[in-house]
Write a protein that binds this ligand. Structure first.
Ligand SMILES: Nc1ncnc2c1ncn2[C@@H]1O[C@H](COP(=O)(O)OP(=O)(O)O)[C@@H](O)[C@H]1O
Ligand SMILES: N[C@@H](CCOP(=O)(O)O)C(=O)O
Length: 291
């Protein structure tokens, strides 16, 4: 049986809007059960997610390989929808890898990243979903350029609010223009963050995760938990809290023991009624098993 596993991802890491992302140890698993006379996917997401060719995984697979034989598929996923943990990218990557495996037309990870980025619109979720770890990526002349940084020995405290926030809706809150001065200030923070992440200088990197100038200030009104979690982390002396992707998930990166202490506090705050996870980084990205 063919099984494809894709990790959740957290994009932006503060100032790295649309270009930095990290894979987390929380997975979507897709199994090819048997060939069929029609496409069908069983999944745990209820009526919100289609079970036929309209499903994002199947639609993506058929977009890449239109003549695939229909299959019965089974999906399991711990990644919540529309919460800023890259669920749509996970589905796109699963669909592309499914098409690659079923067709035998083996495309490289680089080629799949190119297609995945076109479909998702930005590379910061699909790149770590495919490659694992911490990835910095951009699109230049329609070509994706992705660089995997050394694996950070950090954990993620992940606070997932109960309410969905579609990435498209959260992008509507963004301005259409930034002043030249603000763009330079924002990019200097982002550049220094990347240098600190690459050299694993956490004393520099963690505070810079909180100094984004491209998106968080515009989205903060949609995600009251961002200020709450950040403030509570500061009270414990912890920097490193940012809005995961387009939100509403809020992540704090850091040391396991310190994040355990943070989560003890977060659990006691009656305003934080969502779910908490304490996750390591996923080092490998998408995995294919054939048994
Ligand atoms: N496993 C999946 N199978 C099918 N569709 C999915 C899956 N995961 C996500 N989607 C689609 O993607 C939408 C969420 O995408 P998006 O707003 O980008 O949020 P996220 O931050 O989780 O990526 C869902 O409402 C659903 O339509
Ligand atoms: N850079 C994008 C990332 C969206 O991530 P998601 O996990 O919310 O889909 C953005 O910030 O809009």
């Amino acid at each position: 049986m063919l099984t494809i596993t894709v990790p959740a991802t957290s994009a932006n890491l503060g100032p790295g809007f649309d270009s930095i992302g990290i894979a987390l140890d929380m997975q979507l698993t897709l199994q090819v059960v048997r060939p069929s006379d029609h496409w069908e996917i069983k999944h745990p997401f209820g009526d919100e997610v289609p079970t036929d060719e309209r499903n994002l995984i199947i639609k993506t697979a058929l977009g890449l390989e239109p003549t695939l034989q229909p299959q019965q598929l089974q999906m399991a996923s711990k990644i919540p929808l529309a919460r800023g943990l890259g669920s749509s990218s996970t589905a796109i990557v699963a669909g592309l890898v499914l098409a690659n495996e079923l067709s035998g037309n083996k495309r490289s990870l680089t080629d799949l990243l190119q297609v995945a980025t076109q479909l998702e619109g930005h590379p910061d979720n699909v790149a770590p979903a495919l490659l694992g770890g911490l990835v910095v990526a951009t699109v230049v002349d329609q070509q994706v350029r992705a660089v995997k940084l050394p694996l950070p020995n950090l954990f993620a405290s992940v606070y997932v609010p109960n309410e969905e926030l579609l990435t498209s809706a959260s992008r509507e809150a963004l301005p259409t223009e930034l002043s030249y001065q603000q763009a330079i200030a924002g990019s200097s923070v982002a550049n220094t963050l990347v240098a600190a992440l690459a050299s694993q200088d956490w004393a520099v990197a963690l505070p810079l995760l909180e100094r984004d100038q491209f998106h968080e200030q515009y989205r903060a009104k949609l995600v009251p938990a961002l200020a709450t979690v950040r403030q509570m982390a500061h009270e414990l002396g912890l920097a490193g809290t940012y809005l995961s992707g387009a939100g509403p998930t809020v992540i704090t990166l850091g040391d396991y023991g310190q994040l355990m202490a943070l989560q003890q506090q977060l659990k006691q705050n009656p305003a934080l009624t969502g779910q908490l996870h304490l996750l390591p980084v996923d080092a490998t990205g998408v995995k294919v098993q054939k048994v």
